[in-house]
Design a protein around this ligand. Structure first.
Ligand SMILES: [Zn+2]
Length: 368
């Protein structure tokens, strides 16, 4: 009891409504007065939830807490429920007072429970425990309003993963970051909302790239890379969508670009659930093919190098994103001519502009 008081005192300055509720709770529950609708002020949204009298205290639906914190249900087995965002992991177990948050466990006063088919949590989880325990750096950015067109650009590699390395220590991770930033600036100038999976030279797991795009409900995901091949004559640009590999070359490119999976903390963020399969010609895959064609058209026109076309392969980030998604290979660092071009800032700007134009072409054709 004294621990709860301490927590309440700590929250006094920032959360007067929680303290007020804490004082009123015994009265509300015992008197049978109309139960209050609670506003959960999560980091992402303010959610109004009807409270439920249960086990001599107040509960609210777990789904309302998840929404306020920008969490989606990632796994469940009917008893244990894992909610996640790219920065938060919340584990609830029906019938248990133990709650997991980012790998740490704390104990509630009352258990998580079922009520009429709805998973419910003690109100203190939303009003006291989570606000006190979610670190500021775990708070995700607010999702944009739904009328914006949102584009997630994904500069490949970063940090300890340089990607392809060209002679003269020209690194894929640096080239694609600059291209992505320039493409972002161009698209933002046209009124699109653009996000990058990384803003600087850091390692971001493939899993978190896909997860962030899903959480932000991007309308289009574009991963940007540069190629390398054992055959130093190989050159040109190509754009991929997700499907079983078109040919052995496409399969090899996917293997190369999926390699960072080996650097990821295997259990850390949990495995992403797969989006539903869909068929070529309709749904997400059809949209991805249209986006790939639009970007490749602009890119091959700008690149003054062979048009290798659009291809399919099983890239992790394309498989795990829930929106139309493509992966662009902007040229071969293993080819001396293309390496020299990619080392040139003006050329990189031209590539960025081509990608931005291709994205715009796709979106204006009604890709959304
Ligand atoms: Zn790459």
């Amino acid at each position: 009891m004294s621990r709860r008081k301490n927590i309440l005192r700590k929250l006094l300055a920032s959360r007067p409504e929680a303290v007020l509720l804490g004082c009123l709770l015994p009265v509300l529950v015992s008197s049978g007065l109309n139960l209050p609708s609670i506003v959960i002020r999560g980091p992402v949204a303010r959610i109004s939830a009807r409270s439920i009298r249960h086990r001599d205290t107040l509960y609210i639906p777990a789904a309302a807490v998840a929404r306020a914190y920008g969490l989606v249900l990632e796994e469940e087995d009917g008893r244990t429920f894992l909610f996640g965002s790219d920065r938060l992991r919340l584990r609830l177990e029906a019938g248990s007072r133990e709650v997991g948050l980012n790998g740490e466990t704390f104990t509630l006063e009352q258990p998580v429970d079922w009520r009429e088919g709805t998973l419910i949590v003690p109100i203190y989880l939303a009003l006291v425990h989570l606000p006190a325990r979610v670190p500021a750096d775990r708070i995700p950015p607010e999702p944009p309003p739904s009328d914006e067109v949102r584009i997630m650009l994904d500069p490949g590699h970063g940090g300890a993963d340089p990607g392809a390395v060209g002679e003269g220590n020209l690194l894929e991770k640096d080239i694609v970051l600059e291209i992505a930033r320039t493409a972002r600036d161009l698209l933002e100038a046209e009124g699109y909302r653009v996000f990058l999976t990384r803003e600087d030279d850091r390692f971001v797991s493939l899993r978190n790239r896909a997860r962030t795009a899903n959480r932000l409900r991007a309308d289009l995901f574009v991963s940007i890379h540069a190629n390398a091949a054992g055959n130093r004559q190989a050159r040109g640009t190509e754009t991929f969508y997700y499907a079983p590999a078109t040919d052995p070359w496409a399969r090899a490119v996917a293997l190369l670009e999926n390699a960072p999976l080996g650097m990821e903390d295997p259990g850390g963020a949990g495995e992403l659930p797969l989006p539903p399969e869909d068929n070529a010609g309709d749904g997400r895959r059809g949209e991805s093919i249209r986006a790939a064609a639009a970007v490749q058209r602009r890119l091959s026109a700008a690149a003054r190098s062979p048009d290798r076309g659009i291809k399919a392969a099983e890239f992790y980030v394309l498989r795990h994103t829930r929106m139309p998604s493509i992966l662009v290979e902007t040229g071969f660092l293993s080819n001396s001519q293309e390496r020299a071009r990619l080392a040139d800032r003006g050329y990189r700007e031209a590539v960025a502009e081509a990608i931005a134009r291709g994205i715009r072409d796709y979106l204006e054709e009604g890709g959304r």
